[in-house]
Design a protein around this ligand. Sequence first.
Ligand code: 13P
Ligand code: SF4
Length: 305
Amino acid sequence: MVIKVKMYAQIEKLKKQKNAVVLAHYYVPDEVQKAADFIGDSFYLARAAENTDADIIVFCGVSFMGESAKILNPEKKVLMPDMSADCAMAHMASAETVKKMREEYDDLAVVCYINSTAELKCMSDVCVTSSNAVNIVKNLPNKNIFFIPDRNLGAYVARQVPEKNIILNDGCCPIHADITPEQVLEQKTLHPTALVLTHPECADEVLKISNFVGSTAEIISYVKNSGHDEFIICTETGVKFKLEEGSANKKFYFPNPCPMCLDMKKNTLKNLLECLENEKNTVEISEEVRKKAYAPLARMLEAAK
Ligand code: 13P
Ligand code: SF4
């Protein structure tokens, strides 16, 4: 306990000394969220990275998040507590498939979920996150949309925007895709009055039995504004920290086994402190890739304004 208090104090001191800012996704461990200046969903964090005037950005999340921060801030030092923290889904689309789709369809937009590598962003027309995908796709001039890499988020968008021809790619988040309707119904039997709140990275069968579908930030905001006091949460367990912080008398249940992204959990207080001290884990992207990947990210940020 005393050690942790000291670590928080050292982190604060280093942040001030180095003009550094700490960004953390809701899925990282509680102890890391407590040390962050900005905690949020992927969209909020991309915007925070775009707007900061800090010299150093420490991104507590997974590699596509650190990469996006660097793409938006080439002149800044972007650090990550653990460089091996990666998102499996970010790699689940290929350059060949994108090329094939572009050859096949004249009027095509390649829409890239932000949970993707910088290389995939380079081949895309616009990025989206789970909180803005429906709106951005709806407003694109193109009829045909190749949605990469997440088939579940793509299918969710397709149902909300039926006027578009949305072509799905066979990628998914292993953590969300593993949540089954049976697991949700098991919780529903144990807690019959609980509302089911679900992330759109989950399969359609889970979305169908949900009361609300939204990004991590949207789920947290739904709970805050709801008169209900029991919820079944179908997303990664890290959101519990913020859910409980805002609603002490509300109860939260998760599918069993509890969804956990082990890559997000690679961020710890210890490696956050080390990374601020040593400034070693820097995110590097070639200028050629960065420029190409910037365009779809900037288009997303512009569209959301
Ligand atoms: P959001 O926080 O944008 O909902 O994304 C969820 C996710 O899987 C991030 O890795
Ligand atoms: Fe990627 Fe899924 Fe982990 Fe998010 S929860 S970082 S989408 S593997």
